[in-house]
Write a protein that binds this ligand. Structure first.
Ligand SMILES: NC(=O)C1=CN([C@@H]2O[C@H](COP(=O)(O)OP(=O)(O)OC[C@H]3O[C@@H](n4cnc5c(N)ncnc54)[C@H](OP(=O)(O)O)[C@@H]3O)[C@@H](O)[C@H]2O)C=CC1
Ligand SMILES: O=C(O)C1=N[C@H](C(=O)O)C[C@H](O)C1
Length: 248
């Protein structure tokens, strides 16, 4: 089988640098392009099978749209894909039925497992809050992973008929109770020295559970990136979340 030809956008960034190295170290993949800010993606996409987008929320939708237009599959790690952006992409993919796009807020198997554990636990606890902790160069808050975790947990609670979490707060400083994501408070910490961490706190009468994951190095994301690159062509349409392709 021919090697899959891969273009990376955000190639000089923290994740992009690691992804380019991971692709170059793989015998079945070949890196055919590195895109950065201001680059026209069309020439690179013309010779590619898969785009790996690890850029910034502002540029990601246009890059992915260009890939779909060119018939190139896309693996999107860039965060900030809200429902409106996903709906536009889904509509575009309707006109490109053979193209696959994965939007994956997190490529680390450990992070995906913590989200899955939290969803499983959600219905048993009256309280739940999400804490995400990242390096201070991150531009978006809350993290894409925390938003997705909170949404999935909220959906599991709703399905099980769990009501709103108890909270007697009537006086507070703005932001002190975190961002409200579908009723789940999400708190963001930005601290030099960190890479990416998430903790889901669940509470019921007389007990609490803390589910925590720490990425201490960006190598934690690379097996997921490579798996996604190899599989995305077999999954036409839009997939949100790498967990769908793992037997978690
Ligand atoms: N899914 C996952 O598992 C993970 C996702 N992420 C996400 O990946 C993204 C990148 O993170 P990170 O590497 O830390 O960020 P960086 O800021 O290190 O890298 C972003 C890169 O994107 C480049 N860029 C900006 N605009 C464009 C454009 N129009 N076309 C192509 N490249 C562009 C930047 O260039 P310049 O330097 O010139 O501005 C920079 O090199 C974020 O959204 C982050 O949340 C991060 C880790 C894991
Ligand atoms: O910017 C980061 O670093 C990360 N971004 C992703 C997110 O927003 O969830 C994934 C991971 O948390 C690292």
């Amino acid at each position: 089988m021919d090697a899959l030809r891969v273009v990376v956008s955000g190639a000089s960034g923290r994740m992009g640098t690691a992804a380019c190295a991971a692709v170059e170290a793989s015998d079945d993949l070949v890196l055919v392009g590195r895109l950065g800010r201001g680059d026209d993606p069309s020439a690179a996409l013309a010779g590619a099978d898969v785009l790996v987008d690890l850029s910034v929320p502002a540029s990601s939708p246009a890059l992915v749209a260009a890939a779909v237009e060119a018939g190139v599959h896309a693996v999107v790690g860039t965060t900030g894909w809200d429902d409106a952006r996903l709906a536009t992409l889904r509509e575009q993919l309707g006109g490109a039925p053979s193209v696959g796009v994965l939007v994956a807020p997190n490529f680390s198997v450990g992070a995906l497992l913590v989200t899955a554990f939290a969803v499983r636990a959600a219905r048993f606890f009256e309280s739940v809050e999400v804490l995400e902790l990242h390096h201070p160069d991150k531009v978006d808050a809350p993290s894409g992973t925390a938003v997705r975790t909170a949404r999935l947990v909220a959906a599991a609670r709703a399905e099980a008929g769990v009501g709103p979490a108890p909270d007697a707060t009537t006086a507070s400083l703005p932001g002190s109770r975190g961002a409200d994501v579908d009723g789940v408070p999400v708190h963001s910490v930005r601290l030099r020295g960190l890479v990416a961490s998430q903790e889901v706190l669940l509470g019921a009468q007389g007990e609490t559970v803390s589910l925590r994951h720490d990425s201490i190095d960006r190598s934690s994301f690379m097996p997921g990136v490579l798996l996604a690159v190899r599989q995305v062509g077999s999954h036409p349409g839009l997939t949100v979340g790498l967990e769908h392709w793992l037997d978690l």
